[in-house]
Design a protein around this ligand. Structure first.
Ligand code: DHB
Ligand code: FE
Length: 304
């Protein structure tokens, strides 16, 4: 079928069974996506068997809560980041900590701590890491009281809430920066996440000849009144998947050096008997800008 016939068909669909105005935006998006799909079916000669198997694939992925994993896995979430970057550049925003994907594993409602927090519940295996820094505006001034929401995986790559063997809100906190914009936390080193074995995402990746691993990383939402919300992650350097992330989340500027601290007094202060890791990382937030698309957009998220 040629595209002219497809367009005539879509015209007919749009004028058949009409009972009201509907939603113009949804109508435009639906027409466009259906058209693109029809053209793909034509161009690639997608068989009926392939079509129904694809439909069923998405149905199953939805039932198992994997659509939020497929979006980063096929690069769509990173694509949305690049579009936001572009829109900010157009709006004259420059500098600032790079954004990167949120992923599907944030949980709202984590305990709030003032200035400092310990993220692990004390039962979580792994090497101790202390991370700290300052939240600033692009003018270089500290942002007092900035909210630093942090979440990361344990030493097996699992996230509390989704991994029900972990305690509630393990490795998740909201830290309110102090008057100098400083935040600090102690936790245990995360290990890279892998998408669920045998699940929809992994099966698709296998068909694409790709793996489903992420390098070790720590997620952040950093926000403050009058500033654009920053969604980002830092990566742990030297991870074998650092630049080979199935979700395309690693970016320049988000790989801080990891130091080993073997100072006796520092170890005693933390109550540890082995050297621990230290990371310094400052966040730079853009001031609010009406001409750039919102970065604190609604998205269905888990809450506990
Ligand atoms: C996925 C998992 C993550 O931990 C993450 O940060 C991003 C994406 C995923 O399963 O798609
Ligand atoms: Fe993650």
């Amino acid at each position: 079928m040629d595209t002219k016939t497809i367009d005539q068909l879509l015209d007919r669909f749009e004028t058949t069974g009409v009972v009201g105005e509907g939603n113009p935006r949804i109508k435009a998006i639906t027409r466009r996506l259906v058209r693109d799909l029809m053209i793909a079916i034509e161009d690639l000669d997608i068989t009926s068997e392939e079509f129904w198997s694809g439909l069923n694939y998405f149905a199953e992925a939805g039932r198992n809560g994997e659509l939020g994993l497929i979006a980063p896995g096929i690069g769509l979430e990173h694509f949305l980041d690049l579009r936001l970057d572009e829109a900010e550049t157009k709006a004259g925003l420059q500098g600032g900590t790079p954004r990167t994907i949120e992923g599907p594993l944030y949980v709202a409602g984590a305990p709030v701590a003032q200035g400092e927090a310990r993220l692990d519940d004390g039962q979580t295996a792994g090497e101790v890491v202390v991370m700290q820094g300052v939240v600033r505006g692009t003018d270089g001034k500290p942002v007092a009281g900035a909210q630093v929401e942090v979440w990361h995986a344990n030493d097996k790559g699992g996230y509390s809430y989704f991994d029900t063997t972990q305690s509630a809100f393990n490795l998740r906190r909201t830290i309110v920066a102090d008057a100098q914009g400083r935040y600090k936390f102690r936790s245990v080193m995360p290990v890279g996440y892998s998408c669920p074995p045998g699940g929809a995402t992994e099966r698709l990746l296998q068909q694409l000849g790709r793996h489903g691993h992420r390098p070790a990383h720590i997620h952040f939402f950093v926000s403050a009144p009058g500033h654009r919300k920053l969604t980002t992650q830092i990566n742990i350097e030297n991870d074998p998947h650092l630049w080979d992330d199935f979700a395309f989340g690693t970016r320049d500027g988000l790989v801080p050096p990891v130091h080993t601290n073997a100072d006796r007094a520092a170890m005693n202060d933390l109550g540890v008997d082995k050297p621990f890791y230290e990371i310094r990382f400052d966040f730079t937030l853009h001031a609010e800008k009406a001409s750039a698309p919102a970065t604190d957009f609604a998205r269905p998220r888990a809450a506990a």
